[in-house]
Design a protein around this ligand. Structure first.
Ligand SMILES: Cc1cc2nc3c(=O)[nH]c(=O)nc-3n(C[C@H](O)[C@H](O)[C@H](O)COP(=O)(O)OP(=O)(O)OC[C@H]3O[C@@H](n4cnc5c(N)ncnc54)[C@H](O)[C@@H]3O)c2cc1C
Ligand code: FES
Length: 348
């Protein structure tokens, strides 16, 4: 089995890696806390430099390649596979994955219960061959035998004892291969490869922070997991949570009944604002409590109005990249948040 060695001035780490998995997944699986964000070839965060050995660079058109200089031996760890023993350099520190984090691993899953929840959003389950533990806000990557490459999806559910069922949502992407396969091609249960849990935009109740969640479209997935964790442990008895959920029109809203129930359960500490960017809500739901509101406009602009003491707040952002960038800009430059108070996942 080929060996990948990471050399730093003060230390050396090595791990096994072969053509069956990327350098990133091999390193994470063997307990190294390597740098990444999307884990699927778009962000460039997993940049490393090949010192010796040979790699298969994987997906040639990966957007993350625009952040690297191939002529200097740079490559994306989440896409590249070792062809033999390799020595690599990575920017920043390398450490072991902390004991209180869950080390990712490979599993087989059966894709089940696909169900359309709007015209372009599908809810589905993945039944794993063994239970997995994850932190609320994390994601897994899935690969179908019908579509080349892993895609990232955030867990909607949360169970502190772990679970062998992952509840996920997928928004249909224009000409998106995985989402087209789910919507058009898949007619029965299918076996898929699963790797995870992954991601650092996690809810940590021990920090005892109030939370603000800003979600665009399917970015609501990880926020549902965070709200589910907070709700099941009584966190919102003592801490505030403000959720801003942005969609285009009233027909694009999903998880409405779940959010309504949560708002009713925590009238004093939790608020839900649904921001409609293209069309106003014409009729008020008579069941809608005062802490559940509708507004028009972009979700990150709605979040500007959030009445929360930012001194003790952690902000979570997830969704399409332009929405995440807008929200990041607002929180950092207008609202005075520090970078350590913001955790985000860009869905692209
Ligand atoms: C951290 C994170 C969490 C996410 N969570 C969700 C979620 O909960 N719900 C949701 O709807 N979306 C989520 N996304 C977006 C999701 O991963 C997909 O990008 C989206 O579903 C479109 O996939 P597609 O196959 O339909 O589109 P495509 O345009 O076919 O593919 C989109 C992505 O797939 C990967 N990819 C494409 N081709 C290849 C290839 N040949 N080899 C390797 N990789 C390839 C790339 O990452 C690319 O950006 C998340 C993304 C990230 C980064
Ligand atoms: S983590 Fe590899 S490109 Fe995003």
């Amino acid at each position: 089995m080929p060996k990948v060695t990471i050399t730093k001035k003060d230390a050396t780490w090595d791990f096994d890696a072969d053509q069956s998995e990327s350098v990133l997944y091999a390193g994470l699986r063997q307990g190294l806390d390597l740098s990444y964000e999307c884990a699927t070839g778009t962000c460039g965060t997993c940049k490393a430099r090949l010192v010796s050995g040979e790699l298969d660079q994987g997906w040639e058109e990966a957007p993350g390649h625009s952040y690297i200089k191939s002529a200097r031996g740079e490559f994306l760890m989440c896409q590249s596979r070792a062809r033999g023993d390799c020595e690599i350099r990575v920017p920043g520190a390398v450490a072991k994955i902390a004991d209180d984090q869950f080390q990712p691993s490979h599993r087989i899953g059966i894709l089940k219960n696909c169900q359309a929840v709007t015209h372009d959003v599908m809810r589905f389950d993945v039944e794993l061959d063994s239970a997995m533990k994850w932190q609320a806000g994390q994601f897994v990557v899935l690969e179908s035998p019908a579509v080349k490459g892993f895609r990232a999806y955030s867990m909607v559910n949360f169970d502190e004892n772990g679970s062998s069922t992952l509840e996920l949502v997928v928004k249909r992407f224009p000409n998106g291969q995985f989402s087209d396969w789910l919507f058009d091609v898949l007619k029965a249960e299918a076996e898929i490869s699963v790797f995870g849990p992954l991601g650092k935009a996690v809810f940590e109740p021990e920090l005892k922070k109030d939370i603000m969640c800003i979600a665009g479209g399917s970015g609501i997935a990880g926020m549902m997991s965070i709200l589910s964790h907070g709700s099941s442990t009584g966190y919102f008895n003592d801490h505030q949570a403000h959720l801003f959920f942005g969609v285009r029109t009233p027909d694009d809203i999903f998880f409405y009944s779940e959010l309504l129930e949560m708002a009713k359960q925590y009238p004093d500490t939790l608020s839900v604002t649904i921001a409609l960017s293209d069309e106003a809500q014409d009729e008020k739901d008579p069941q809608q409590p005062n802490n559940m509101m509708f507004t028009t406009g972009f979700v990150h602009l709605a979040a500007r109005e959030c009445q929360i003491d930012k001194g003790n707040c952690m902000a979570y952002i997830a969704g399409p990249p332009p929405m995440v960038d807008g929200a990041l800009r607002d929180l950092l430059t207008e609202a005075g948040y520090s970078a350590t108070q913001i955790r985000y996942d860009k869905f692209g």
